[in-house]
Design a protein. Structure first.
Length: 579
């Protein structure tokens, strides 16, 4: 039953195919449908928006969150680079990127210390060390990405194995690769901050072992001593600022007299960046005690009266009292009396004075006055200007002559002296410092400054975009013309050629009563063209029939060679049917 149903279905399909093949309008219908489909596809392609990359190198987690957010925002998207990049219409790239950035997307695919949460119990020490290094690299990358100008950061750490021997210990090193936002750059201070951040996060990692590179391969961290490099950079920057300040001051001062475009100044500053300090202590000479302040007075006084104590060398002599010694004056008087008095008349009378009582006294006084003392500790500032060299060029003055023509005339000596005095005051000229000044009056070159080259009309982005749009529609028109000329028009003419002879009567009217075209030059040419087409079509049909006949004969021959028995049975059936 199923075999009969299948055979019936095949017969119906074969019959339908035969009817379709017998329909002369089938090629025209197929060609028209194909042409319309091609034109619709090209038109949709021309109107389709230009897709650009929104984000690339996304992790799976960030990609899923971003796609969900794009669906909520109703933004069409596509994938490229094996699903690692998301494309959206070009006119919505900036807006969508800013909206996603405000939500913290993408967050980055680096892993941090959360990698340590899934540690298995039997993990080896090497795997544990690798996981710790990966986690530390991820955390450092996240910290560096928080800097405003950094879009993506990658950190590579080279951490050697620790050794118990000092001679075998090696210092670790690190390298940082920065992907910066478009038209953004990192300053030297930010690069220094990144190197110090990485150095402080890794044990025993010196600052000079951290290398920072941007996405273009430019080395951002300079080798050598970090302190001396920053100091030299700061010195150059400070010197440039000082020279620029003096230059602007001079040009602003003179532009009010000769005009801004008629004066040029250059300043060279010699800056002393040495650091010094000294301490000085000064004492004033002795001054009037009545005007000086008394700091302290010390006085001492001692007095001793009465017999002095027995002293001397211990012994018998020192223990005996001293003998009475007559006074020399009394001895002289006694001698004179003896000479004047008679002998034997009076008794000798000798008077002896008692020894004087011993007495001693001492007194001392010391007065201390305040001394004027000056102590000065001076720490000299670095960056002092040691010498200035200034060169000023003043343009000639424009003057209209008697003939009405403008000519350049040199300034007078008085005007140049006045300008020189102004410059001296403006720059703070100092002979003690050794400053030099040169003011010259010369005609400026009239050669105009070369302007920036303008883009040609064919390099204008707006014209390029318009040309692309027009090119798309022009391509659609060209394809439509080719399809009509090479595909549809021949089929239409063939159908006309096949229908006109079949429906034309002898009297020149159609079968349905409508008249054909009247005679004329144009009609004759069209009839000739249609007859030629009809002849070509007839030739093609005959050729096709002949090819089909030959193909059928070849097929029968091959079948007869492959299965002669079946051919014999077919011929026998034909003979029996005739009988």
């Amino acid at each position: 039953m199923s075999a009969q149903a299948t055979q019936g279905t095949d017969q119906k399909l074969s019959g339908l195919m035969d009817r379709l093949k017998a329909n002369p309008r089938l090629p025209l219908i197929v060609a028209g449908a194909a042409a319309i489909a091609i034109l619709v596809v090209l038109f949709l392609w021309a109107r389709s928006p230009d897709y650009r990359v929104l984000f690339s190198n996304l992790s799976d987690s960030d990609g899923g969150v971003i796609i969900a957010r794009l669906d909520q925002m109703q933004v069409p998207y596509r994938f490229s680079e094996g699903g690692q990049a998301i494309l959206i219409p070009a006119e919505r790239v900036e807006q969508t990127r800013m909206a996603l950035a405000s939500e913290g997307l993408p967050k980055g695919g680096g892993v941090g210390f959360e990698l340590m949460d899934g540690q298995s119990f039997g993990i080896s020490q090497f795997a544990e060390h690798v996981n710790y290094q990966r986690a530390l690299e991820g955390e450092l990358a996240r910290s560096i990405e928080s800097i405003e100008a950094v879009q993506v950061a990658r950190v590579h750490l080279a951490m050697p194995q620790e050794s118990v021997f000092v001679r075998d210990r090696r210092q670790p090193s690190a390298s940082v690769i920065l992907t910066l936002y478009r038209n953004r750059a990192v300053s030297e201070g930010q690069v220094s901050a990144i190197t110090h951040l990485v150095s402080a996060s890794v044990s025993n990692l010196p600052v000079n072992q951290v290398t920072v590179v941007d996405q273009s391969g430019n080395l951002l961290s300079q080798p050598g001593s970090e302190g001396s490099r920053n100091l030299n950079d700061a010195q150059l920057k400070y010197t440039s600022q000082v020279e620029e300040s003096y230059r602007k001051r001079i040009e602003t001062l003179l532009s009010t007299i000769v005009g801004h475009s008629n004066v040029r100044a250059q300043v060279t500053a010699n800056i002393d960046f040495s650091i010094g300090e000294h301490t000085q202590e000064t004492y004033d000479p002795n001054q009037d005690p009545n005007q000086a302040s008394v700091r302290s007075i010390q006085s001492s006084e001692s007095e001793q009266s009465g017999n002095g104590g027995i002293g001397g060398v211990p012994g018998a002599l020192s223990n005996q009292p001293a003998p009475t010694v007559p006074s020399p004056v009394e001895n002289a008087a006694n001698n004179g009396q003896q000479n004047d008095d008679q002998e034997g008349d009076e008794e000798e009378n000798v008077t002896t004075q008692a020894p004087a009582t011993p007495r001693s006294a001492s007194r001392s006084s010391t007065t201390n006055y305040e001394i004027n003392r000056l102590i000065r500790h001076v720490q000299e500032d670095t960056g002092q200007v040691q010498r200035l060299s200034v060169a000023v060029v003043v343009n000639y003055r424009e003057q209209t002559g008697e003939d009405g023509q403008t000519e350049m005339v040199a300034l007078s000596e008085e005007e140049m002296n006045r300008i020189q005095r102004l410059v001296r005051e403006g720059m703070g000229f100092s002979e003690a410092r050794g400053d030099s000044l040169e003011v010259v009056n010369a005609a400026f070159s009239q050669q105009a400054t070369p302007a920036s080259p303008e883009l040609a009309w064919y390099e204008n982005p707006e014209i390029i975009s318009l040309a692309k749009t027009l090119g798309r529609y022009l391509l659609i028109a060209i394809v439509a013309f080719i399809l009509w000329r090479k595909l549809l028009k021949p089929l239409v003419e063939r159908q006309k050629a096949m229908l006109v002879p079949a429906g034309t009567t002898a009297d020149g009217s159609t079968s349905n009563g409508k008249l054909l075209a009247t005679a004329g030059d144009d009609d004759e040419e069209e009839e000739e063209t249609e007859s030629d087409i009809a002849e070509q079509i007839a030739k093609k049909q005959k050729r096709r029939q002949r090819i089909e006949h030959e193909t059928l004969l070849n097929t029968v021959r091959e079948q007869a060679q492959k299965d002669p028995r079946m051919v014999a049975m077919i011929i026998r059936g034909w003979i029996n049917g005739k009988d």
